[in-house]
Design a protein around this ligand. Structure first.
Ligand code: TMP
Ligand code: ASP
Length: 255
């Protein structure tokens, strides 16, 4: 890796100072974690695939007017993004019950929800990203009412758009998590979509077989994680000629 200033290292990405003020280079790692990093692993080539999938989805969202931090992909594992101040409230949108909502509320996995359900979580590894209400976010000053409205509105737009996008390639969008950030421009500050959109933070089920094509393969020790991520990329028409071994070769070489 070339010498440059690291700003932050998270579980799946490293952030470096970008070439211009207000920009950041995001490096997508192959590291995978689950259950607040109690379970750790490496999925060779995951970073390359997530970088490309996130580029694809964020670009498509920009095109329908959902403003986000993505500027351009700069290499197999890196993308240039706008620097934002991440709001510590994660937005989860669910179309079908799966994962933590089943455990918390005793709902059977696979139950379709009457309408998209939006949940907020406090972004904190220490406390295991607990579900919170709007009141918590307001009371503790994590986000303002306007910011939460903006986040909810955009999360539902992202859900409508992505549900259609994935349905068209034979995939059910079960749920996903979004993060938003504050973009400061002069005196102005607005909330835009940030982080990544990839099978790490979405549940994606094959429409016909119900096969899981997301990080649940890792969380639940199902195996075939990379084949699943690659299948999502292939169906989206990105990295068409790539295979997992070739992608994995970029692990050390790239950037
Ligand atoms: P959950 O069922 O564990 O609450 O997760 C719902 C969706 O949000 C699932 O697609 C995984 C994603 N998610 C993350 O990517 N990171 C997180 O920290 C959390 C809480 C959820
Ligand atoms: N990304 C979170 C973690 O590591 C939660 C998850 O995706 O399961 O721990």
């Amino acid at each position: 890796m070339t010498r440059r200033t690291k700003i932050y290292e998270g579980k799946a990405k490293i952030l470096f100072e970008g070439p211009d003020p207000g920009t950041i280079i995001t490096y997508f790692k192959d590291d995978a974690t689950a259950f607040n990093a109690e379970k750790k692993g490496t999925l060779n080539g995951k970073g390359v695939i997530n970088n490309h999938i996130s580029e694809y989805v964020m670009t498509a969202l920009s095109n329908i007017g959902v403003e986000n931090h993505f500027i351009e992909r700069t290499s197999m594992r890196e993308q240039l993004v706008k620097a934002v101040e991440i709001i510590p409230v994660e937005v989860i949108v669910r179309n079908i019950a799966a994962g933590s909502i089943c455990k918390r509320l005793g709902i059977a996995e696979g139950t379709p929800l009457r309408e998209p359900l939006v949940e907020y979580c406090y972004k904190s590894d220490e406390f295991g990203d607990p579900v919170i209400s709007e009141e918590h976010a307001l009371n503790f000053g994590w986000a303002t009412g306007e910011e939460l409205d903006e986040m909810m509105h955009n999360a539902l737009r992202v859900n409508d758009f992505m549900s259609g996008l994935f349905h068209a390639i034979g995939i059910k969008l079960v749920d996903f998590k979004l993060e938003f950030g504050r973009l400061y421009e002069g005196e102005e500050c607005r909330v835009i979509l940030a982080d990544e959109i990839s099978p790490d933070g979405c549940r994606l089920w094959d429409l016909k077989t119900g096969e899981k094509l997301d990080k649940d393969r890792f969380r639940r020790d199902l195996g075939g994680e990379m084949e699943a991520y690659q299948e999502v990329a292939r169906r989206l028409g990105i990295l068409p000629e790539a295979d997992v071994t070739k992608i994995a070769e970029h692990r050390k070489k790239d950037s």
